[in-house]
Design a protein around this ligand. Structure first.
Ligand SMILES: Nc1nc2c(ncn2[C@@H]2O[C@H](COP(=O)(O)OP(=O)(O)OP(=O)(O)O)[C@@H](O)[C@H]2O)c(=O)[nH]1
Ligand SMILES: [Mg+2]
Length: 271
């Protein structure tokens, strides 16, 4: 066995915590041992209680109350505090030596794109022998508007290049998308630059045409920017996304072969 984890990221409200809970539930049903790690110092409640919780070290509420910070500055303070208390973090994760962890991160995307905090966390996890996959959540509502979609894809790209770890992008909240709209969504999962630029040109003025094409090409060149649709109400969809995350960190390849049940006669199966 080894140490494996998913670093679940994405903009505010994109469905990160719901993704984590869904994966926990799915793994529990499959008798797979997975632990939740909460890295959001402002999180309120969890259906599955986290095994490791940054709020035991520091909470955003305390920082705002006692130090007078606003929510964004306060969040950065919390992560700087975590970085100053890495012994605590390492010790907490140390209890889960042979398990698979799901790390639920906060939704302030500057943590992934502007400042190097998530990158430092990803490096640390790797130093502590974790195989880490970044799971970037973007909600399907982004697709309603090509400009929003561009913004979402650029934030995913930025996180991907900043973190330099195996990475998957997940299109969340697919249960909210109508059947009609779903038929039209394939192009957004695996984007074709010409179609994207066409869409964007329809909603922007003439002078943005070149820019639209340039962005669409950029999205195409980073062919890693494709999305796995996730419908949390469909077990197959959850299993599909999880299998991609597992593959990215080669989970499952070095699992111990299962022992035969104790009451089974040895050799019966090998005739
Ligand atoms: N229908 C539906 N609602 C969802 C889904 N995922 C999340 N939501 C809803 O979207 C809202 C935000 O979901 P969260 O999972 O808390 O999102 P988050 O990314 O963790 O949010 P922050 O931690 O605040 O950044 C909640 O009201 C969820 O119930 C989904 O797959 N389907
Ligand atoms: Mg959350």
């Amino acid at each position: 066995m080894g140490r494996y984890c998913q670093l679940v990221m994405g903009p505010a409200g994109s469905g990160k915590s719901t993704y984590c809970q869904t994966i926990m539930q799915h793994c529990e049903a499959a008798k797979r041992r997975v632990h939740l790690v909460n890295l959001d110092p402002a999180a309120e409640r969890f259906e599955y209680p986290p095994s490791v919780d940054i709020r035991e070290l520091i909470t955003l509420e305390d920082v705002m109350e006692e130090l007078g910070y606003g929510p964004n500055g306060g969040l950065i303070y919390c992560f700087e505090f975590l970085m100053d208390n890495l012994d605590w973090f390492e010790e907490q994760l140390g209890d889960y030596d042979d398990d698979y962890l799901i790390l639920d991160c906060p939704g302030q995307i500057e943590l992934y794109t502007h400042i190097p905090i998530m990158r430092q966390i990803a490096r640390l996890l790797q130093q502590w022998n974790f195989q880490v996959v970044g799971v970037y959540c973007l909600e399907s509502q982004f697709i309603e508007d090509t400009a929003k979609y561009f913004a979402g894809v650029m934030s995913a790209t930025s996180a991907m290049s900043m973190l330099e770890i195996p990475h998957i992008n997940v299109m969340t909240k697919m249960d909210l998308v109508s059947e009609d709209a779903k038929d039209n969504m394939g192009r957004y999962f695996d984007p074709d630059p010409l179609l994207l630029a066409d869409d964007a040109n329809r909603s922007t003025s003439e002078k943005f045409r070149e820019l639209n094409m340039a962005i669409a090409n950029l999205i195409d060149e980073f062919s890693m920017v494709s999305f796995l649709p996730l419908n949390i109400k469909d077990e197959d969809s959850v299993a599909y996304v999880l299998s991609h995350a597992d593959n990215a960190i080669q989970w499952g390849e070095d699992q111990e072969p299962k022992e035969p049940p104790p009451d089974q006669d040895e050799g019966d199966d090998y005739e």
